[in-house]
Design a protein around this ligand. Structure first.
Ligand code: KG4
Ligand code: ZN
Length: 340
């Protein structure tokens, strides 16, 4: 049977990315142009700078993705693009490019929810993975526990009530002077620290047991830093990083494993930028193995934003007959399960 080739396009935040994926699983190219250096001096993503950079990079990035895959636009079966959630100006660049290509070539256009894309990254790294399973999606903007019932059906079992896990990493890194993006910087500092040095809070809710809250933890860390500075004491950056990382990981693992037990699944997937964190990967694997649950996560490059995951999710929507019309727009606050 002929391969189904999807061109994926991703511009929801600060990565301009394009990729060609065959049959939702085989990556033929995966081009990611990161703007991290552009935004680092501001300590976070500046939306207007991101949009302008996407406009400059989008066509060269798509061109590279096609060249590296050895595929022409004519050979592509459909164009899949992230239309939310994300920064509106950034999303519009990818959506406009995808619409122009699809319209001019008379090809189907497929809209993809960015978070569903993060989940689909696991299909690329694990060829045998099929729904249903439980997925913890933890990125800079989102923290969700999702029951993936089919390739295109998702049930949210838990979500953050305030900060996303990645956002908490980024904010604490800034307070500790570790720079942006914060996750990798905290992980590195934590390696030399003692995770028991500070007893930071772990928040649980009795009404919705799988929900998260990281704002109390963030305040506790900031207060600790503040007190040490007032006393003129040196900042134990490594110990604070390790204790903070442990507090975030404990809550993520506890809630995910409990939700997995409730739905009696034998597979937990982790997705999103924070899935790159090795303590999270190791702790989840250790706790889940006690219940004979396997833990899967994408390769490092597929954890953070990329277009291969968008092409993969787009393939499953396309296969399900879900295509977008020419009025497709960016939806900055798009929810899981609301794509298309
Ligand atoms: O998925 P992603 O690339 O973008 C969003 O969709 O938000 O995730 C980026 C987030 C950032 O907050 C970053 O600090 C975090 O993922 N991150 C990490 C690690 N690598 C990236 N957090 C913890 N540990 C890491 N190693
Ligand atoms: Zn993302």
């Amino acid at each position: 049977m002929k391969d189904i080739l999807i061109l994926g396009i991703e511009t929801s935040c600060d990565e301009t990315a394009a990729s060609v994926v065959a049959n939702g699983r085989k990556v033929l190219s995966n081009i990611i142009s990161s703007q991290v250096d552009l935004h680092a001096e501001y300590g976070g993503v500046v939306p207007e700078i991101a949009s302008r950079r996407h406009v400059e990079l989008i066509l060269p990035v798509i061109d590279n993705a096609l060249k590296e895959a050895g595929v022409t636009l004519d050979q592509v079966d459909a164009i899949a693009v992230t239309h939310g959630p994300g920064l509106v100006g950034a999303l519009l660049v990818g959506v406009s490019a995808a619409k122009a290509i699809a319209f001019s070539l008379g090809k189907p256009l497929v809209s993809v929810n960015h978070i569903e894309g993060h989940i689909a990254a696991n299909y690329i790294s694990h060829p045998d993975l099929e729904p249903g399973y439980l997925c913890l999606v933890v990125s800079g903007g989102h923290s969700h526990i999702v029951h993936v019932e089919s390739y295109t059906e998702f049930r949210i079992m838990g979500r953050t009530r305030d900060d996303a896990a990645g956002e908490a990493f980024d904010k604490i890194a800034r307070v500790l002077g570790l720079g942006y993006p914060g996750g990798p910087a905290i992980e590195k500092a934590a390696k030399a620290g003692n995770q028991e040095a500070f007893d930071f809070p772990r928040v649980n809710f009795s009404d919705v047991p799988y929900d998260f809250s990281f704002s109390g933890l963030k305040t506790a860390v900031i207060n600790t830093v503040h007190q040490l500075r007032i006393k003129g004491e040196p900042l134990p950056v490594e110990d604070i990083s390790a204790s903070f990382q442990k507090a975030v990981t404990d809550v993520l693992v506890d809630h995910t494993v409990s939700a997995a037990r409730e739905i009696k699944t034998d597979t937990i997937c982790i997705a999103g930028g924070v899935a790159a964190n090795s303590l999270l990967r190791e702790s989840m694997t250790e706790r889940a193995s006690e219940m004979n649950i396997r833990v899967l996560y994408p390769s490092m490059i597929l954890c953070t934003d990329n277009a291969a995951m968008i092409a993969s999710a787009g393939y499953y929507s396309f296969r399900n007959g879900r295509t977008a019309d020419w009025r497709l727009n960016a939806i900055p606050s798009l929810k899981i399960g609301e794509s298309g």
